[in-house]
Design a protein around this ligand. Sequence first.
Ligand SMILES: [Zn+2]
Ligand SMILES: [Zn+2]
Length: 287
Amino acid sequence: MTAQSWKIGEVTITCVVEDQTEHIPPELFFPDARAADVAKHAWLVPDFADASGRIALRVQAFVIETRRRRVLVDPCVGNGKKRPMPFWNERNFPFMERFEAAGFDPRAIDTVVHTHLHADHVGWDTRLVAGAWVPTFVNARHLYTARELEYCRKDDNPGIAGVFADSVAPIFDAGLADIVDEDAELGDGLRLEPSTGHTPGHVSLWIESAGETALVSGDFLHHPVQCAQPGLAEIGDLDVEQARATRRRMLARASESGALFLGTHFATRPAGRVEVCGDAYRFVPLP
Ligand SMILES: [Zn+2]
Ligand SMILES: [Zn+2]
């Protein structure tokens, strides 16, 4: 698999895929969605749904290369983690092989951004060596928001079960963790914006370079069908009403700005533009 990458200004954004699953009945992730309704949005086929309206989802990380920085966003599920969700439990993905095949060295990552701390956004931060979870990106500052850490530390939700112990605490123990504001300026054209609702301390990442912008969504939306139906709640949304309001606000910002939109769980062609379509939006992917 060749890594997909895109350029905005002087910045290169590359996606490293951990897993893509197709033909998923939409109601598994969106309780109010039905395949027949998804199929009505013809622009979703074939990249994001099949002709019968069953959906595709990816787990992937983005690497952002500026002139001075190598920033990794949302390092996926990871290997060997014990999780209550069977599709995340004790997996063995060739993610690091793909990461290195794309030309990246884990030691060269200087920053790891987490949009939130669900198990599919933090896993590769650690790997199991001689029975202990140790940092993978040993020269990186790993960024967390305070509200997200508090939520993760409680460990009372299947989406985060076990995450703090095996993927967050070892980073703090190694002195590689920083707590940042939800609207933190990260330098080099990188900036967080709070996009709460899916989880309490959820953030999205804006990237600006030479007059162009990009937005890495995280999980304020999961699938392009939510561009057409921003009210469609995802099964993991902790505060459904807040998640809906955030989705509408962020989709409006994405379409007005003309930013390159990187959908964290978008399958096949995850980068594109959000365009107004009737009283909602549609997603127009780039190659
Ligand atoms: Zn999530
Ligand atoms: Zn996720």
